[in-house]
Design a protein around this ligand. Structure first.
Ligand code: HEM
Length: 516
């Protein structure tokens, strides 16, 4: 304390602030008190809750650990830096938000599976709270989440198994998709938007019972708005850490523009479709998500039981299915084609397997999957190596919790670090290498590997896992059956480094699809 006192005296003298120096000398008691309160304030602002997992030593008020992280906002990179020192469980402050990383398969499994009743909540974050109002499936908690998730899973199961509704819808879409690629006649093009349209249309068919034409202006505006909205709220959005910045004039952080995009999507696409379904509801023709939801709402209202199945929740659930289901799967398709450009021998091996089992005369079906283990191994290796969901979605604990001897506060953001598992050399041996054979045994059959968790694990495991796997299998087999994908310039291949947004996506690239 004496040191600080002398230092202040020096500073005042250095700046020749005579008045202040005088004041300071005359009121030593008051000044000492002020210095003490200031130090206490700084200590209070910088202090961390006791017993939280280890992380950077000097946490600043307001900025948190952002200086020690040198402004890095990619959570995978942050976790890799921290793991060098702190291993499997570590923590970091982004602003005043505490992030806790779970960095190994065993620790994630222990949290999300063994302690799933505690670790399955979602944290409060600026963008997601604002956009979802914590309704729907992805960001809700407790009973509302349970009801939405149960309904969505049952409906997907109803469409996907026993009846072939889902496969028929995917086949129909792939037909349009392949036709557009064929029209390019081997000339180079960018598959990004086309792949979004194909995958988004499958969700549309499932949710609304209809697909959009690829040149439909409303569909195109919807995709534009979704893309710009997701880019803004994706990983690293500064408003999640400093929400007050939304008041900066000129909408610098795109707060207002995201709200406008969201309103457009709700008012022009989702709500009109719900209203139309309400008006024309016929319980003998229930073959899409909305009519199935309406049937369930009617059923529940007859029983008089309290329920969270209502129109507001339906709007949010539809948004969730589009947001969670479109970019993830379409990005994985783009990575697959990109890896084929880098590994033409792997593409040829897939083609040979497809020719042996299916030939060229019919569309691949999901029942062919067990007979195409190499194609399946390639898709698994793409899901591992491209790892589009990066660190996965954030979790939260339902109450202050002790885990592995550390304190996990209720409001901490918990990151089950999928990236750490999928790139762990202790598990994969040569995690950096693209090698589909790692998923096959010596008889050429698929090996199930527990640590293969691109869809996460536990109660919050990706709700669309089966649908995504079905889509990927049918898209990839049909594409390879119909076209050979070759680079525009074999000496200058598009990069395998991706860009971080809502998912980890390839940098836009051009490709040639030569009809077989
Ligand atoms: C390659 C494709 C996909 C990948 C890699 C993927 C990955 C993931 C991951 C890592 C999570 C977070 C799980 C957690 O919180 O622990 C998740 C959640 C979710 N996914 Fe997917 N996903 C994909 C496709 C889909 C599709 C096609 C749909 C929908 C139709 C979908 C719907 C959802 C939903 C609704 C959730 C939230 C589940 C909940 O909170 O209960 N996903 N996904």
């Amino acid at each position: 304390m004496a040191g600080i006192f002398t230092m202040l005296l020096d500073i005042f003298q250095y700046f020749n602030i005579e008045y202040m120096t005088g004041l300071f000398k005359d009121n030593v008691g008051v000044t000492t008190g002020l210095v003490f309160v200031t130090c206490l304030g700084i200590w209070w602002l910088m202090r961390k809750p006791r017993g939280i997992p280890p992380g950077p030593r000097f946490t600043l008020p307001i900025l948190g650990d952002m200086l020690s992280l040198k402004g890095e906002s990619d959570l995978r990179v942050v976790a890799r830096q921290l793991r060098k020192e702190h291993e499997n469980i570590c923590s970091v402050y982004f602003g005043s938000k505490l992030f806790i990383f779970l960095n190994s398969y065993d620790v994630i499994k222990e949290a999300l599976v063994k302690n799933g009743d505690i670790f399955s909540n979602r944290p409060s974050m600026f963008w997601t709270d604002l956009l979802t109002q914590r309704k729907g499936i992805v960001m809700s908690d407790g009973q509302p989440w349970k009801e939405q998730r149960k309904f969505a899973l049952e409906t997907l199961r109803e469409f996907g198994f026993g009846r072939t509704i889902l496969e028929d819808k995917i086949h129909e879409e792939i037909g349009h998709f392949v036709e557009v690629i064929g029209q390019k006649k081997g000339r180079h093009f960018d598959m990004c938007r086309l792949s979004q349209k194909g995958v988004s249309n499958i969700i549309s068919s499932m949710v609304y019972g209809k697909r959009f034409e690829y040149d439909d202006p409303v569909f195109n505006i919807f995709l534009d708005k979704s893309e710009s909205m997701l880019q803004t709220i994706g990983h690293g959005s500064v408003l999640n850490v400093f929400p007050f910045l939304r008041f900066v004039p000129g909408d610098l952080f795109k707060y207002q523009s995201v709200l406008n995009d969201l309103d457009f999507i709700k008012d022009n696409i989702i709500l009109p479709s719900i209203n139309e379904h309400m008006k024309n509801f016929d319980e003998n023709h229930v073959d899409d998500y909305i009519s199935s939801y309406i049937r369930e709402m009617k059923k529940v209202s007859k029983t008089g039981q309290p329920s969270y199945l209502n129109e507001d929740q339906l709007v949010s659930a539809i948004l969730d299915l589009f947001i969670a289901g479109t970019e993830t799967t379409s990005t994985t398709i783009l990575w697959t084609i990109l890896y084929f450009l880098h590994h033409p021998n792997i593409q040829s091996k897939c083609y040979k397997e497809i020719q042996n089992v299916i030939g060229s005369g019919r569309l691949p079906s999901i029942i062919d999957k067990p007979s195409l283990p190499y194609v399946e191994a390639v898709i698994l290796e793409i899901l591992r190596k491209a790892n589009i969901s990066m660190t996965g979605l954030p979790h939260a604990v339902s109450e202050d919790t002790r885990f592995h001897g550390y304190h996990f506060p209720k409001d901490a953001i918990i990151i089950p670090n999928v990236d750490a598992v999928l790139t762990d050399n202790k598990i994969w041996g040569d995690a950096d290498v693209f090698r589909p054979e790692r998923f096959m045994d010596s008889d050429g059959q698929i090996i199930k590997r527990d640590a293969m968790m691109p869809f996460s694990i536990g109660r919050r495991v990706c709700l669309g896992e089966s649908l995504a796997k079905m889509e990927l299998f049918l898209f990839v087999t049909t594409l390879v059956q119909r076209f050979e994908f070759i680079p525009v310039d074999a000496d200058n291949l598009p990069t395998l480094r991706g860009v971080v947004g809502l998912t980890y996506a390839p940098v836009k690239y051009q490709v040639r699809a030569v009809p077989r």
